[in-house]
Write a protein that binds this ligand. Structure first.
Ligand code: UD1
Length: 352
């Protein structure tokens, strides 16, 4: 069996790490990097640290408009699929690379497997929501992380070939958190004491592309008492510069972090502030309380168990959420998205 896996952005590299290894034990994999994330510290470092095979193809498509990005990827992927003739195309998550990989395959009748299917924010203003819905509807195999995701698909009429397998990011955390604690010296480099800081990530278009909204978030951050570390995503760096906005004094920016430094910083933080999907779960796996800077989340289970609070950029609720952070650690911590054997479960289905 020949599988073509399409990746392009940081969270996809992380998910590909455990699954590519498992696939290559049983089949031929052609790994394609679309080029959506291209900086050394947004891309290459993940391949080396997570021991991901070197992609067979890099399409180097890094234009920033959605239509250009998705369209150019589709054109190149179609050519590649026609040349390589894979039996299956595998796509991950909800980025433009996911949608391009799936749409191009569906038009030439190559079956698609979607990993992390069924997630919904029910906010169609997010490009990610459009990418998820469309990808799910053209996929043959739908690998969902939770029962909630299965129900979301069922509500849209998708009930065949839906398999609950948990979350590949949990496989990756289990595999690499020990390596992070021995290989990363980020706490020493930044002279940080464990538990003395909050980690912040911010990059969603809905949060950073509007001046007003970004400004609200920044003033809310100024009210937080802990020191805040912010590895700055290129999108956010560009917007801060374009809007001429300054971050408050309690926020220290860093270059985007590699996987191991990020895990190490997260595990030793007092809490996480984020608008990332993946980081909400990684925080949970590492027993770190999370505040999500959005009004909804796809990972509703983390909110239901009380480890994740939703705060949408307003100053008062951020302050209240921050003051409740330490109490969160006493809450129960049930397994939410499988037991870390997601790669194996997916392979069992694909190769049975
Ligand atoms: C994308 C995904 C989002 C995912 C995120 C992970 C879409 C619609 N969004 O958002 O779901 O959570 O990745 O980080 O696919 N840039 C650089 N260097 C890089 C990468 C990007 O300078 O290495 C610039 C791009 O040129 C662009 C901006 O950063 O101007 C945003 O990148 P883009 O790929 O559009 O999406 P993300 O915001 O990263």
């Amino acid at each position: 069996m020949k599988i073509c896996s399409v990746v392009g952005a940081r969270p996809q590299f992380i998910k590909a790490a455990p699954l590519s290894t498992a696939i290559r034990n049983q089949a031929t994999e052609i790994l394609v990097h679309t080029g959506q994330h291209f900086d050394q510290n947004m891309s290459d470092v993940f391949f080396s640290e997570l021991e991901i095979p070197k992609p067979e193809y890099n399409l180097n498509i890094s234009v920033s408009s959605h239509a250009e990005q998705t369209g150019q990827m589709m054109v190149e992927l179609e050519k590649l699929y026609l040349k390589e003739k894979p039996d299956l195309v595998l796509v991950y998550g909800d980025t433009n690379s996911t949608l391009a990989g799936a749409l191009a395959a569906s038009k030439i009748h190559i079956p698609i497997a979607h990993v992390e299917a069924g997630l919904r924010s029910f906010n169609r203003n997010m490009p990610e929501e459009i990418n998820r819905v469309l990808t799910d509807h053209v996929s043959r195999w739908l690998f969902v992380p939770s029962d909630e995701a299965r129900k979301n698909l069922s509500a849209e009429g998708i009930t065949n070939n839906v398999f609950e397998v948990g979350d590949l990011m949990y496989d990756a955390v289990l595999k690499f958190s020990k390596k992070a604690s021995t290989h990363s010296n980020i706490l020493e480099r930044l002279e940080l004491q464990a538990g003395s800081f909050l980690l912040l990530t911010l990059h969603r278009a809905e949060n950073v592309d509007s001046r007003e909204h970004l400004e609200n978030i920044i003033s809310a951050l100024a009210s937080v008492e802990s020191k805040i570390l912010l590895p700055l995503h290129p999108r956010t760096a560009k917007r801060l510069q374009a809007f001429k906005l300054e971050l408050p004094n309690n926020v220290q920016t860093l270059e985007p972090l590699g996987y191991l430094d990020n895990l190490q910083l997260l595990e030793n933080s007092r809490g996480l502030l984020t608008d990332s999907g993946g980081m909400q779960k990684e925080a949970y796996y590492l027993n770190v309380p999370c505040i999500t800077l959005r009004s909804e989340t796809e990972w509703v289970e983390t909110v239901e168990v009380g480890w994740n609070q939703l705060v949408h950029g307003d100053f008062k609720s951020l302050k209240t959420a921050e003051s409740g952070l330490d109490a969160v650690r006493k809450k129960e911590h049930p397994a939410l998205y499988g037991n870390g054997s997601t790669a194996e479960l997916i392979c069992n289905r694909l190769f049975s």
